[in-house]
Design a protein around this ligand. Structure first.
Ligand code: SDX
Length: 429
């Protein structure tokens, strides 16, 4: 780089601000001294151009459609790795050797059962409660059984806490599904690995044999893996924000669940299927819906399309779209929603509105098709996203907590409200 500072010409003075260059050659202007030097702050509504931290976990190139976990391309991990191996990679920064993976897997099995008293919390929810409301509250409820969490971040306890969270988020999700459908709770089996155990807890019956289809296990493990981390997205930034106050791991990830719930974020996978069902029921071939999505006054968006960072095809969507065909074929399912989704994609990607704005399918556009095919109810889709994203949230929480220099996240603002108000007694208002 020619020089390693940026010059700012402001009020007749020239200020020099240092430049930062990342390992993938991303460039930033370090404005840490800006307010002290110029009495100005920056303004960036929605943080679209603001780096909140340095991170070694995940890299995205939105223009090229690149996603790498700790430097490994998502395509290679999707083909060769597993959700639990990728979870280890994200949290501890290297692919585990056999001993490390066995130890971690055993820890997940050891910590998979939630306290029996937790069932009273599940019973307290109405059957209509959204599973994301249950999930966020249960993560904090579970933490009450681990008082050592209250001491804050302790590297000596972290692996146990991380394993508990990754393992039990799965049990909480399955229990909330069973509870809301009036089904008996199914406890995890020691003999089953992570993803098949979740399928067992979700769908087996205490009075009948239940065969776990390997195609279902493979598809769900891929969904978890592809959702495992994604830089400073809304929910991960929330986990870092809460973790920066030195709140404990469970409190921080429970906050992440709440952020993920929004339909513009993780809730989009549920919204996509609801959109496809609406289109299917209306007999529209998708063109009417696309016109509505282009009309700002319609209140509709093409859910599963667009992304703050990807201005190219989301590599995860590419992988999931291919997996859709494989999973539906393996399960001998013909889902008309897949054809509608493919038609919508083709129509949108040839429409100037979407092309000019570089709106492509994102991870949520096809993921619901797979989840439907393996029997996950639509209201559980975002919970599946949360289970997948848990290792990424934990990795980011660890990165914030390990860095002794981390300051509490506290953005500034530009005040635009009323000034110099005088108090008026109520009988004069
Ligand atoms: C996830 O950040 C991550 O990494 C998130 C995620 C992860 O793994 O954590 O990848 C997961 O959240 C994926 C995104 C899921 N959400 C959706 O699919 C909801 C639909 N998408 C949009 O709401 C939107 O694209 C966002 C929220 C994803 C991105 O919003 P931005 O970056 O704020 O973009 P924007 O709203 O400023 O859009 C720019 C333009 C606007 O039009 P103009 O004002 O320029 O005329 O594009 C339009 C928008 O109206 N637009 C869309 C659209 N998305 C953007 N128009 C119709 N349909 C859409 N889906």
């Amino acid at each position: 780089m020619a020089n390693n500072t940026a010059k700012l010409d402001l009020d007749g003075k020239i200020y020099e601000l240092p430049l930062i260059v990342g390992s993938e050659n991303e460039k930033a202007i370090d404005i840490a001294s800006l307010r002290a030097q110029t009495n100005h702050i920056t303004f960036d509504d929605g943080y679209g151009n603001t780096g909140s931290c340095k991170s070694e976990i995940t890299f995205i190139d939105g223009d090229l459609g690149i996603l790498r976990y700790r430097g490994y391309p998502i395509e290679e991990l999707a083909e060769k790795s597993s959700f639990i191996e990728v979870s280890y990679l994200l949290i501890w920064g290297h692919l585990p050797n056999k001993a490390e993976l066995t130890e971690f897997s055993n820890l997940l099995s050891q910590e998979q059962t939630i306290h029996a008293n937790m069932k009273h919390h599940f019973e307290g929810f109405p059957s209509t409660a959204h599973p994301m409301a249950i999930l966020s509250s249960m993560i904090n409820a579970v933490s009450a059984y681990y008082p050592e969490l209250l001491e804050g971040y302790n590297p000596a306890h972290f692996k146990l806490q991380a394993a508990r969270l990754i393992s039990q988020v799965r049990s909480i999700a399955a229990f909330s599904y069973r509870q809301s459908h009036g089904l008996p709770i199914i406890y995890p089996k020691k003999s089953l690995k992570y993803t098949p155990n979740f399928i067992h807890m979700m769908f087996s019956e205490p009075y009948d044999e239940f065969v776990i289809d390997p195609a279902v296990t493979k598809a769900l493990d891929l969904i978890f893996l592809l959702h495992a981390d994604h830089e400073q997205n809304c929910s991960t930034s929330t986990v870092r924000m809460v973790g920066s106050s030195r709140a404990n791991l469970f409190a921080s990830t429970a906050a992440g669940v709440c952020a993920l719930w929004g339909p513009l974020h993780g809730g989009a996978n549920q919204a996509v299927i609801e959109m496809l069902l609406e289109i299917h029921a209306s007999g529209d071939d998708g063109r009417k819906f696309i016109e509505a999505a282009k009309d700002k006054n319609s209140g509709k968006k093409l859910m599963g399309f667009g992304h703050r960072v990807y201005k190219n095809y989301d590599p995860r969507a590419m992988i999931i779209k291919k997996a859709c065909d494989d999973v539906l074929k393996a399960l001998k399912i013909n889902d008309p929603l897949l054809d509608i989704a493919k038609h919508l994609e083709t129509a949108a990607l040839s429409d100037p509105y979407f092309v000019e704005r570089k709106l492509y399918p994102n991870v949520d556009f096809y993921s619901g098709i797979i989840m439907r095919a393996i029997g996950i109810p639509v209201e559980m889709f975002t919970v599946i996203f949360a289970i997948g994203r848990m290792p990424g949230w934990i990795a980011n929480y660890k990165e914030v907590s390990d860095n002794q220099g981390t300051r509490i996240y506290r953005p500034r603002q530009i005040y635009t409200g009323p000034i110099n108000q005088k108090y008026i007694p109520i009988d004069q208002r």
